[in-house]
Design a protein. Sequence first.
Lengths: 164, 73
Amino acid sequence: MTTFFDLFAQNARGPESWTDPTWLDREFLAALRRHGLAYWRPGDAIASSGERLLLGIAPTSGYDMRLLDVIVEGHRQNNGQKLIVEVFNMWECTSDSEYDRRVPSLGVVFQSPVAGHWIDGRWTRSEQGFYARDWIAKLFGSSSDTITGYVTHWREAQMATREG
Amino acid sequence: LQQWSWPATTFFVADNIRLPIDDDSIDVVYTNSLPPFDTVTSLGPTVQTNEILRILKAGGCWINNGILHYVKP
């Protein structure tokens, strides 16, 4: 099955995505459905019991898309299995108030991803950027460093292919 | 940025709308994992394609995520 990082790579390579600005957003939604991850929009219900994670992802970020693969792989290996994971596309948020409607107490959002955590319907924690990525990755048996290394290795391989 | 140093390299923060770089002066532009080009996020305008094309020399290239995205004629 196509991974989220495959989708990032396909978008980076183009050219179909370069001429169709909606291509990545459509494919991102389809990939979430294929991998059994729920898309969350303001107004949707928040689980009143259990542990919930809401993750704002930048589909144009290799780091964010690799994080989603880590979550899918972690679920498969039973890491973080009890978590309810919901996702939204950060590029739907064009103001800080749009983020507030999804994840409280982020402040000004400078970096992706963003993440919020709820227990039994009560919000407990929010993070953005490195801190969000490392926190979530560790819940699923990985780390921000591992994800960064994966993306850097891939990018260097692309450049080596081009230069070779 | 003050913590960064690299021999013969200048780091600076600039507005995406108007890069403080001369026309036709850059050999290679690298971008990685950026928001969609030519759009607006909560922080303002994203990387502007026309600005990158403006600063590239003829024959200069734009590499996005390690992949050749554009070569200026």
